[in-house]
Design a protein around this ligand. Structure first.
Ligand code: DGJ
Length: 719
C-alpha cells in the first residue's frame, strides 16, 4: 500500500528522570506517537494514519496539543488516557492493571516512568516502577515493517511477598470517528460470524472462558468509521495472540477518550507472583488501515508470512480420512482410499481419529497413544508403507491434551486429570493436566515415540473440549511448551491446529503451527463465509479447506461439485470424502482440480487477498492478486438468489490500473449454472482483454449465477 518509510524520532526531555521524550514510530502508512515525558505512565497521543516526518518541535507541539482541558467534577489535572490507565490517575474506566499484595493495603497501583529505550528504528522499551507496591513493569512496543503494532507487558514482583495480579492489559486510544464496531461470534461448524454494532457509552467487552478461544471467539475487534467495508473506511483493529482465556473490548465513557483493550482473562488467584517472579502478557497485535479490512489483511498477511525463516512450505493437497470413514479403520479400506487419493493427485494422506488403543468411538481411548494392536497387528507400518509407496506423505491425528475416563492412562494416573471425579465430561473426555511435569513428560514422550517409529510428516493436533476447570493460563503455557518441544525434536514435522474445527484459531497457536482446521463443516455455503472472515486475519495457505461429499455431513445440504471445488480451492486445499464412492466422472474432475490447484497455489499462497463490497449480499467477489500484480485469480460467488436479474458488473480490485489483463473463466468441472438464456458475450467468447483500470472501475458484465454457484476467473497481464 504505502511506501514502507520508517522513522523513529526521539525528543529527549532532560527534566525527566531517565531518557524520556516524545517518540514517533512510523512505517507502512501508520504512525504511533508516544508521549513519554515527565514521570507519569506514557500516553499514546496518536495511533493511526502516517503523520509524515515530524521534526522535534512539531512532535512536541503534537504531544502538547494532546493534553486536554480539565473537565468539570474531575481530578484537578488534565485527565489523560495513559498506556496503563488506573484510578490513581483519575481514570474511572476499566484499568490497564489491577492487583494487590495481601495484607499490605496496597490496591491502587501507581506506576512511574523510569526509562525509555529505543530498539532499532521501530521499537520502544518502556520501563515503569511502583516502588511502594514493589512492581517493575516493562512494556515493549514494536511496529513491524508491514505496519503491524505489537505490544506486550512484563510485570515483575520486586518485594518479598506474593503479588496477586488481577489483570494486565494493553490499551490503545481510538478516535471519536471510530464509532462502528465489528467483531465475531459463532457456533461449532459456523465459526466467525461477523457482528456489527455502534456501542454507546460503556464497555463492549468480549470474554472467552473456554480455555481456548472458542467457536464464538471475538477473533478480531475492529473499530472503524461508519460503514467501513472490505475496501473502504478507516479501521483500528486488535487481536490477542493467545490461545487461552482472554478479553477484548471497546470503551467509550463520559470522560471522553475512547479506547480498545485486550489481555488475558485471569481467574482470581491464578497469577500469584512470588518474589522476583514475572508475568508476561500475550502480545496484542494491532493494525490501522485506511483501506478497510483488505488494508488490514494487506499488513497482517505479509507479517505472518514473514515468520517463516526459510522459504514458505508448499501446502500439499491433503486427503483426511475423518468424514470418509470416521472410526471404521481397517487396512483394506484405508489402502483403497489411499489408492483413490493418489489417483487424483493427493500429496498427503492424513489418518484421523480412531487408530489408537481401544478407540472404537469417541467415548474411550484418549491418552492411550499406542497403535491399537487389534486393528493394526503390524502397527501402522503396512498403511504408511503403502501410502508412501504411492508417493504421498503421511499425517496422523492426535489429541494430546485430552484423556478419556475409559482409558488405561486415566485408570493408572487419575491424578493427572484436571478437575475432580465429578467434573463434567465433554465429548465424553476430560483434560490432562499438562502443568503436571509427569503428565507433560509422558505425553511428550508418547508423541515423540510415534514420530520416531513412523515416517510421519504431519500431525493434526486436535482439542475437542472447553477446559472448565484448572488454570487456563498454566494449561495454555504448558501446551505451547509441549508443541515447542515436539517441534524442536522433530523440526520437519508440520502441525495442523484443530479444535472441534475452528475453536482455536489465534496468532499464539499460529506461531507454532503450519495450518489450522478452519471449521468442521465442509458445506461450501457455510465455508464461503467462514473462510472469508477467518481470512481477514489469517493468510489463505494456513486455512485448511476440504472438498466434502455432495451432501454435507454437518448440515445435510447438497451442493454441486463445482461449487465445492471452487470453495476449497482458496485455502490449503484437501479432500475429506470417501473417494472410493466417487463416480469415474467425478474422479476425473477432482483430478483436474488438484492439478489446477498445484498450478495456482504459489499465487494463492503468496498474493494479496482482496474482497469486494457488493450491494447485493447474495453476491460476493474475492480473489488473490500476485505480489507483482501480473496475475490473479478471483471467485464470483452466488450465495442465494440475487436481488436483480442483471447483477452489477464485476469489478476486480487490487489490479495494476496500467496493465492489460486477459480474463479467462476457469471451469472446475461443469461451468457454473446460470439462470439466463445467454450469459454475457465475453464469457461466451471464452474471455476478454481489458485494462486494469477498466476492470477496477467499470467492471465486466456479470453472469446471473444460480444460487450456490461460483465462477472462477484467472487474470494474466498481457503487456
Ligand atoms: C474434531 C475435528 O474437528 C474433526 O475434524 C475430527 O478430527 C474429529 N475431531 C475427530 O475426533
Amino acid at each position: 500500500m504505502d511506501s514502507p518509510t520508517t522513522t523513529v524520532t526521539t525528543t529527549p526531555d532532560t527534566t525527566a528522570s531517565g531518557k524520556s521524550g516524545v517518540y514517533h514510530l512510523r512505517t507502512a502508512g501508520t504512525s504511533i506517537v508516544v508521549d513519554a515525558r515527565g514521570t507519569g505512565v506514557p500516553v499514546v497521543v496518536h495511533w493511526g494514519a502516517d503523520l509524515g516526518a515530524l521534526n522535534d518541535a512539531a512532535l512536541y507541539r503534537l504531544a502538547d496539543l494532546a493534553v486536554p482541558a480539565i473537565p468539570p467534577s474531575s481530578v484537578d489535572h488534565p485527565l489523560r488516557l495513559s498506556m496503563l490507565p488506573t484510578p490513581r490517575e483519575g481514570w474511572s474506566g476499566r484499568p490497564g492493571i489491577a492487583g494487590f499484595r495481601a495484607g499490605s493495603g496496597i490496591t491502587a497501583i501507581d506506576l512511574h516512568l523510569s526509562t525509555v529505550n529505543t530498539q532499532g528504528a521501530r521499537a520502544l522499551v518502556v520501563l515503569l516502577t511502583d516502588a511502594a507496591a514493589g512492581l517493575h513493569l516493562c512494556t515493549e512496543i514494536e511496529l513491524s515493517v508491514e505496519g503491524v503494532l505489537q505490544v506486550r507487558h512484563t510485570l515483575t514482583n520486586t518485594q518479598d511477598t506474593a503479588f496477586e495480579l488481577g489483570s494486565l492489559d494493553v490499551i490503545l486510544p481510538i478516535p471519536d470517528r471510530a464509532q462502528e464496531v465489528l467483531d465475531f461470534t459463532g457456533l461449532w461448524s459456523h465459526e466467525r460470524r461477523p457482528q456489527r454494532s455502534v456501542p454507546g457509552q460503556g464497555i463492549w467487552s468480549r470474554e472467552s472462558r473456554h480455555g481456548r478461544p472458542g467457536h464464538d471467539d471475538a477473533f478480531l475487534t475492529v473499530a472503524g468509521t461508519p460503514g467501513f467495508g472490505f475496501r473502504t473506511g478507516e479501521i483500528w483493529a486488535t487481536h490477542l495472540a493467545w490461545s487461552g482465556d482472554k478479553r477484548s473490548w471497546i470503551e467509550r465513557n463520559s470522560l471522553g477518550p475512547a479506547c480498545m483493550g485486550s489481555g488475558e482473562l485471569l481467574s482470581p488467584g491464578e497469577i500469584s507472583l512470588a518474589p522476583g517472579e514475572s508475568y508476561q502478557s500475550p502480545d496484542t497485535v494491532a493494525v490501522y488501515s485506511d483501506a478497510g479490512l483488505d488494508g488490514l489483511s494487506s499488513k497482517m498477511h505479509p507479517w505472518i508470512r514473514s515468520w517463516q525463516a526459510v522459504a514458505p512450505r508448499v501446502r500439499p493437497v491433503v486427503l483426511n480420512t475423518w468424514e470418509a470413514v470416521y472410526f471404521a479403520h481397517d487396512l483394506p479400506t484405508l489402502t483403497k482410499l489411499a489408492d483413490a487419493a493418489a489417483r487424483v493427485g493427493v500429496e498427503r494422506f492424513v489418518l484421523d481419529d480412531g487408530w489408537f488403543t481401544g478407540r472404537t468411538d469417541d467415548r474411550r481411548g484418549l491418552g492411550d497413544w499406542f497403535v491399537d494392536s487389534t486393528g493394526w497387528p503390524k502397527g501402522l507400518h503396512p498403511l504408511i508403507d503403502h501410502v508412501r509407496g504411492l508417493g504421498l506423505d503421511f499425517g496422523l491425528w492426535v489429541e494430546p491434551e485430552m484423556v478419556s475416563l475409559d482409558s488405561d492412562l486415566a485408570r493408572k494416573h487419575p491424578d493427572w486429570i484436571l478437575g475432580t471425579p465429578g467434573s463434567p465430561t465433554w465429548r465424553h473426555q476430560r483434560v490432562l493436566d499438562l502443568d503436571n511435569p509427569e503428565a507433560f513428560t509422558w505425553v511428550l514422550a508418547r508423541v515423540r515415540a510415534l514420530l520416531t517409529e513412523y515416517a510421519i510428516s504431519y500431525l493434526k493436533w486436535d482439542h475437542n473440549r472447553d477446559l472448565l476447570t484448572g488454570s487456563a493460563h498454566r494449561q495454555t503455557r504448558a501446551l505451547y511448551r509441549l508443541i515447542d518441544a515436539v517441534r524442536a525434536a522433530h523440526p520437519g514435522v508440520e502441525i495442523e491446529s484443530c479444535a472441534s474445527g475452528g475453536a482455536r484459531i489465534d496468532l499464539g497457536i499460529l506461531r507454532r503451527t503450519d495450518r489450522v482446521w478452519t471449521s468442521d463443516t465442509n458445506d461450501p455455503l457455510e465455508r464461503q463465509a467462514i473462510q472469508r472472515y477467518t481470512g481477514v486475519l489469517i493468510p489463505p495457505e494456513y486455512l485448511g479447506g476440504h472438498l466434502g461429499a455432495a451432501t454435507a455431513h454437518t448440515t445435510g445440504r447438497t451442493a454441486d461439485l463445482g461449487f465445492r471445488l471452487a470453495t476449497a480451492l482458496f485455502g490449503s486445499a484437501g479432500i475429506e470424502w470417501d473417494l472410493t464412492q466417487a463416480s469415474e466422472a467425478e474422479l476425473v474432475v477432482i483430478g483436474q482440480w488438484v492439478a489446477q490447484y498445484k498450478v495456482l497455489r504459489s499465487l494463492l499462497h503468496s498474493g494479496s487477498v482482496v474482497r469486494s463490497d457488493t450491494s447485493d449480499p447474495a453476491l460476493e467477489l474475492h480473489g488473490v492478486v500476485s505480489p507483482d500484480r501480473a496475475a490473479a485469480v478471483f471467485a464470483y460467488v452466488s450465495l442465494a438468489a440475487p436481488s436483480v436479474a442483471l447483477p452489477a458488473p464485476i469489478r476486480f480490485p487490487g489490479l495494476d490500473p496500467a496493465k492489460n489483463y486477459r480474463v479467462h473463466p476457469l471451469n472446475l468441472g461443469a461451468a457454473p449454472r446460470t439462470v439466463q438464456d445467454a450469459p454475457p458475450r465475453w464469457l461466451i467468447e471464452g474471455g476478454i482483454t481489458v485494462p486494469g483500470s477498466v476492470l477496477a472501475l467499470v467492471g465486466l458484465p456479470a453472469p446471473l449465477l444460480a444460487p450456490e454457484q461460483a465462477a472462477i476467473f484467472t487474470l494474466d497481464a498481457v503487456n
